[in-house]
Design a protein around this ligand. Structure first.
Ligand code: GLP
Length: 241
């Protein structure tokens, strides 16, 4: 596995080898890694080289160290491409995970001034306020609050929201979702996140806010989601022009 004649640095070869054992699930999240001494003996390489490989894998999130206990395999994060206006259901299915929803709140009420302006609504218009816990393989991933105009999406029910909202909008209502503006920022968990996402106080979440528009430019939704930062990372491919 480690080829001393290869032009590839030894630490890099070990790093790739450990990565493969994690990706092939030979080593599972929570498993401990053999000690530096054991690794250096079994691969016949220096402890410095082993340390370099482990440090790189810690920095990349594959491993984590616990003082006095050793080095362990981290929970792997879901990687989400930021390009493309996809739904949660599509994102999970693309990863062969089973999407799930827990509807926490469903309400129809007259929008307040700020939401009315952002959704371009008239005086008396009603909005849905929806709060859903989004799950992947039954594990809580994100807590999502959405505001949508009732006039655009008539007949929305709690039952429909157990499944994909975008599927309902596109396949049942035949509306064309066009584009969105999305921001991603770090935020501290609030009490609701702690309760539903099963995370501890003081831990950061990824706060994602999306404003989505139909193809004809009509505002469709305002969404605020807290994603578990220990489970999720965002990826973007960038090109130098
Ligand atoms: C993502 C987006 C939301 C969108 C939702 C629809 O979570 N951040 O803005 O409302 O997907 O998901 P689904 O169609 O799975 O209900």
């Amino acid at each position: 596995m480690i080829d001393k004649n290869s032009p590839l640095p030894l630490y890099y070869q070990l790093e790739e080898h450990i990565k493969q054992t994690i990706e092939s699930e030979e080593l599972m999240p929570g498993d401990s890694l053999p000690s530096e001494r054991e690794l250096s003996e079994s691969y016949q390489i220096s402890r410095m080289t082993v340390r370099q490989a482990i440090t790189n894998l810690v920095n990349k999130g594959y491993l984590f160290r616990e003082k006095g206990k050793g080095t362990f395999v981290s929970n792997q994060k879901f990687e989400q491409n930021l390009q493309g206006l996809t739904s949660f259901t599509e994102d999970m299915k693309a990863r062969k995970l089973v999407p799930g929803n827990k509807l926490l709140h469903f309400e129809i009420f007259p929008a307040d001034q700020d939401i009315k302006e952002r959704l371009d609504l008239g005086e008396e218009e009603l909005i849905y306020k929806i709060k859903r816990l989004r799950l992947a393989n039954e594990e809580p991933i994100a807590l999502e609050t959405s505001y949508l105009p009732v006039k655009l999406i008539p007949g929305l029910t709690p039952e429909i929201l157990e499944e994909s909202l975008y599927t309902y909008i596109e396949d049942e209502l035949h509306l064309n979702i066009g584009h969105a503006t999305q921001t991603v920022e770090a935020a501290l968990v609030n009490d609701e996140d702690i309760k539903h996402l099963k995370i501890k106080k003081g831990v950061p979440v990824l706060l994602i806010q999306r404003e989505t528009f139909l193809e004809n430019g009509t505002p469709l939704e305002l969404v605020r989601s807290s994603y578990r930062a220990d489970k999720y990372k965002f990826k973007i491919d960038i090109e130098r022009k």
